[in-house]
Design a protein around this ligand. Structure first.
Ligand code: CP
Ligand code: NVA
Length: 294
């Protein structure tokens, strides 16, 4: 079964993945070697630190063999078509996990491959990140309210749909013109309360979790200067974070740009959970592989 996006899944599967990630985290030895004899492709068309390492280590710890590929060596779109690459990888691998620019590339591979395809980030969704984030939120307080402040991007799409599925009230604050795709807002609203605003203070007021991500995602670098101007009032700094609940946590998928979407003191705050989120990427990816391959 593919894992291309949070929005493609039932709330039951998302909750099952979060519960399994929690089980893996609490007792990793119980799952060691479960995927012995399996081979997992990890294909990257963009840079990565967390996803690259957590997926390779996660596969290894489950007993699977990770095969890491960069597009510089494969050449999708130049050396070979995306469909031909998919057909070939399908002959060798039990799972094809990919980080791509265009979400459609994942769908093209999924259409020709029998092996399940996993999204390691596309322009539309970042679902493995969302499972780690939902675990982090559940560790703080199940059903905790969430404010996402910043760009209505891939991370935002997966997070808000997943959080709504998990029973969290969600508020999203973006500058005008940088709202998330309406499709994800509409889907999240089928599961719970979702408020959108252009005012970060309105979103953050009294919430349990404050989340932000970079203003310029990989692939949009040409827009960076224009985005810095548009997002000027959207930095999660001590003043804004101080308007959340007294025990609120700060979240960021990383990499972070201190002085842009988050201030240095908020990154280093005692209630910043950003490195727990990064750790939870490992447990989350193991849960995804176990769910797909066991
Ligand atoms: N959060 C995340 O996906 O980080 P990387 O881009 O380093 O993998
Ligand atoms: N929105 C960011 C997330 C990086 C993990 C990007 O796509 O670059």
């Amino acid at each position: 079964m593919d894992f291309l996006g949070i929005a493609d899944n039932s709330p039951e599967r998302i909750r099952r993945l979060v519960d399994l990630a929690a089980d893996v985290k609490s007792d990793p030895g119980r799952f060691a070697g479960r995927l012995s004899g399996k081979s997992v492709g990890l294909f990257f068309m963009k840079p990565s630190t967390r996803t690259r390492v957590s997926s390779e280590v996660g596969a290894f710890e489950l007993g699977a063999h990770p095969v890491v590929l960069r597009n510089e060596e494969v050449g999708i779109g130049g050396r070979e078509t995306v469909e031909d690459v998919g057909r070939v990888l399908d002959r060798y691998l039990d799972v094809i996990a990919m980080r791509v620019f265009e979400h459609g590339h994942l769908e093209s591979i999924a259409a020709v491959a029998e092996a399940p395809v996993v999204n390691l980030l596309s322009d539309t969704e970042h679902p493995c990140q969302a499972i780690a984030d939902l675990l982090t939120i559940a560790e703080h307080r199940p059903g905790a309210s969430l404010a996402y402040v910043g760009d209505g991007n891939n991370v935002c799409h997966s997070l808000v749909v997943g959080a709504a599925m998990m029973g969290s009230p969600v508020r999203i604050a973006t500058p005008a013109g940088y709202e998330p795709d309406e499709r994800f807002i509409a889907m999240a609203r089928t599961f719970g309360e979702v408020v959108t605003t252009n005012d970060p203070a309105e979103a953050v007021d009294g919430v349990d979790c404050v989340y932000t991500d970079v203003w310029t995602s990989m692939g949009s670098e040409a827009e960076a200067a224009q985005r810095v101007a548009a997002f000027e009032l959207f930095t999660v700094d001590e003043r804004l974070f101080g308007q959340a609940a007294d025990d609120a946590i700060f979240m960021h998928c990383l990499p972070a740009h201190r002085g842009e979407e988050v201030s240095g003191p908020v990154m280093e705050h005692t209630r910043s959970r950003v490195f727990d989120q990064a750790e939870n990427r490992l447990h989350a990816f193991k849960a995804v592989l176990l769910d797909i391959l066991s």
